[in-house]
Design a protein around this ligand. Structure first.
Ligand SMILES: CC(C)(COP(=O)(O)OP(=O)(O)OC[C@H]1O[C@@H](n2cnc3c(N)ncnc32)[C@H](O)[C@@H]1OP(=O)(O)O)[C@@H](O)C(=O)NCCC(=O)NCCS
Length: 174
């Protein structure tokens, strides 16, 4: 996988739910059903990150769902099923997936994305622009989570990439 500065870390594509299941199952849902309620809803979309040789190294899904902590949001979407292959972590694949997802949510009219962030992953979400909006809470069988949200601009621009571009030493794009 290329890690050149400024080069996309992987190709991000919209895929059928089942394409995400092997990595989702291996990373996120070990010992539990890999399907998540709503996977096949027409409004739900799934993204996969592929390396040049076609290997899937990251997955995520987005679906419209009111935000429990921002009921005033006009069109909130939940992020779920976020996972990257341990072999590529830290290379920007997770950021690229969320950036693409936010762009697609914006195009669908969404104004907010939220997630139940595992405490261990909350630093990732914070790094790419999400804000913590709750105290820690338990979600069995995983453990502690934090409610996190990110505003989705109306103009289709990509807040995750812009945040990186604005970071000293950061590169433009994902
Ligand atoms: C969380 C996860 C998706 C991050 O994926 P990734 O491909 O490593 O993310 P990226 O490389 O795009 O990271 C983007 C930035 O966040 C940072 N980051 C990544 N994971 C982090 C973490 N757990 N804590 C703090 N910072 C983190 C990266 O260092 C990078 O920083 P940079 O801007 O200085 O380059 C991945 O670690 C994972 O799949 N974890 C297990 C499953 C999981 O917990 N999923 C989330 C469920 S809510």
């Amino acid at each position: 996988m290329s890690t050149d500065a400024g080069a996309p870390p992987a190709i991000i594509e919209e895929v059928a739910a089942g394409v995400t299941y092997p990595l989702r199952g291996a990373v996120l849902r070990v010992g539990r059903p890999v399907e998540i309620s709503g996977d096949d809803d027409p409004a739900t979309f799934h993204l996969a990150a592929r390396t040049e040789d076609g290997q899937i190294v990251g997955v995520v899904r987005f679906h419209p769902d009111p935000c429990p902590w921002r009921p005033e949001a006009r069109a909130a979407w939940q992020l779920r099923g976020m996972a990257t292959d341990p072999a590529v972590r830290g290379a920007g694949v997770g950021r690229a997936l969320v950036a693409e997802g936010l762009t697609r949510v914006a195009r669908r009219g969404g104004d907010l994305v939220w997630c139940d962030a595992r405490a261990a992953a909350s630093g990732f979400y914070a790094r790419i622009g999400f804000a913590v909006v709750t105290e820690p809470y338990e979600l069995a069988p995983i453990g502690p989570h934090l409610g996190m949200v990110i505003e989705v601009p109306r103009n289709d621009r990509d807040p995750v990439s812009r945040r990186r571009a604005a970071t000293p030493g950061g590169v433009d794009g994902v």
